[in-house]
Each structure stands twice: as C-alpha cells, then as structure tokens.
Design a protein around this ligand. Structure first.
Ligand code: PEP
Length: 263
C-alpha cells in the first residue's frame, strides 16, 4: 500500500520543558530501538516547543537518533522587529526538517487565516523546512455537512497563489494534516472511513492544484485523538499516509506503539 513513506509526527504543543523533553525523547528512542524500529519504513518526527529545540537537536546529533524534529510554528518574516516571533532561518539552524503551519490552535487563538498560512508556507520553503499544513473543520461545519467543501477551501486558500512560485521538489515535500477540530484533544477520533474520505478529497484537490505526479508524492496525515488502538485502521485507508498525534505523543510507550502500527 505504501507508495509514500508513512510519517508519524508528535505535536507536543505547550508541554515539556527542555529537561522533560530530553527524558521523553530518550525514552522514545530506547523504546523504538528495543523494538528494532525501521525508520526508513516509517518516519518519526517530534514537534517540541521552541525552547526545547536546541536540547532536542543536541540529543539527536549526539546519540545519532533517527527521530526527526520540527517546530510548531514560524514567522512569515526572516528577521527584524517582530518581538516574540521565530524565524524559519533559526529553525533550520537548529536542525528542524519540518514546521507546522496553521494548526487549529494557531487559527483559533492567534487568528491565523489562509493568507498567513500561505506566507508561512513560503517562508518555510525559503528556509528549507517542509511545512505540515493543518486543515480541518469544526463541529458546526461537520454537522451542516459542509466539511469537505470547508476543508478543501482551506487547502486551496493556503496554496493556490503559491503554487507557481514553488518547485516540484518543494511541493512534493509538503505535508498536509487533516485535523477535524472536533476530534483534537477530545478523545473523539474520526472513523477511518470518514478520515479516509477526506484525505482522498484532499489528494483530489492537490491533483488539481499541483498535478497528479506531485500530488502522489505529498503525504496526507490524519490527526485528532489518535492512539495506538486506532492507528492501524486509519493507516489502512488508501490516502492516509500517517498521523499527527497530540496528547498520545507525550507518552513514549503509547507513541512508540503508534509508530509501530503494523505490529
Ligand atoms: C494535534 O494537536 O495536532 C492533535 C491531533 O492533538 P490530539 O492527538 O491530542 O487530538
């Protein structure tokens, strides 16, 4: 099934100080090592808070861990008078490969819209970070039956004006995470068929935006209360290429069991 390398990504949100981060990452690395995890087969990435990134980078480099790391946000600007913001240039220097863009909590608490997401995606690529664009509908939209239309509009809104400026290699490295807001941190997982239907629709819209060949390379993840017990059925869906995991990524054993979904 896997024509794209599955990606299991852990979004730690605003949890774990830099010491707790080291303990969690060490435990995750040991657990995966004991299980002989093949990182070429299933890629693993963690998204710690900014203040942990240097410690995480040092541990990964020192112990030659194959876990990758990314940041939870970036500024659309490169540098300058933007107090409190973090540039993509800083993140790539800290060894980040990925960066989340447009997580629903950024949209909700920081008013990030499609235009800001587009600017952040552009900034991410400029600094050689692969953006993980998060999209997904709230409960009211789902109940009104407008979830597909709504989520695809977020996808187009973030990408349509950018596509011409990006190379095929950049576009192929994009990751899209479908995260229905009603399933995030609520314990409510979208059923595999519901999640799969949306991820297929996302790939369809990507095909319209970037062409079939590139759309086939882009990984589409599902996120929303994923746990070890729910991952296998999600991964069986044709267009689901991995998961963005929040709460369950803070428990090394649970997260390792999600990574090892085939066992
Ligand atoms: C998330 O924050 O991206 C997420 C999916 O959280 P949770 O797994 O806790 O629902």
């Amino acid at each position: 099934k896997f024509i794209r390398t599955p990606l299991i990504a852990g979004n730690w949100k605003m949890n774990m100080d830099h010491q707790q981060a080291i303990t969690l990452l060490q435990k995750l690395a040991w657990t995966l090592k004991d299980a002989n995890h093949d990182f070429e087969r299933v890629e693993v990435a963690v998204f710690p808070p900014f203040t942990d990134l240097r410690s995480v980078q040092t541990l990964i480099m020192g112990d030659k861990l194959k876990v990758k790391h990314g940041a939870q946000d970036l500024s659309e600007h490169d540098s300058g008078a933007y107090t409190g913001d973090i540039s993509g240039a800083f993140l790539s220097k800290l060894g980040c490969e990925y960066v989340l863009v447009g997580h629903s909590e950024r949209r909700q608490y920081h008013g990030e819209d499609d235009e800001i997401c587009a600017a952040k995606i552009k900034a991410a690529f400029k600094h050689e970070l692969a953006p993980v664009l998060c999209i997904g509908e709230g409960l009211d939209v789902r109940q009104a039956g407008e979830h597909i239309q709504f989520t695809l509009a977020q996808l187009s809104g973030a990408l349509e004006n950018l596509v011409g400026e990006l190379t095929e290699a950049q576009l192929g490295s994009l990751v899209v995470a479908y995260e229905p807001v009603w399933a995030i941190g609520t314990g409510e997982v979208a059923g595999p068929a519901e999640a799969g239907e949306m991820c297929t629709a996302i790939r369809g819209r990507l095909t319209e935006l970037v062409g079939e060949e590139v759309a086939q390379q882009i990984r589409v993840l599902y996120g929303g209360s994923v746990k070890a017990e729910s991952i296998a059925a999600l991964m069986a869906e044709e267009d689901i290429d991995g998961a963005l995991v929040g709460g369950a990524s803070l428990d090394a054993t649970e997260f390792a069991n999600i990574v090892r979904f085939e066992h």
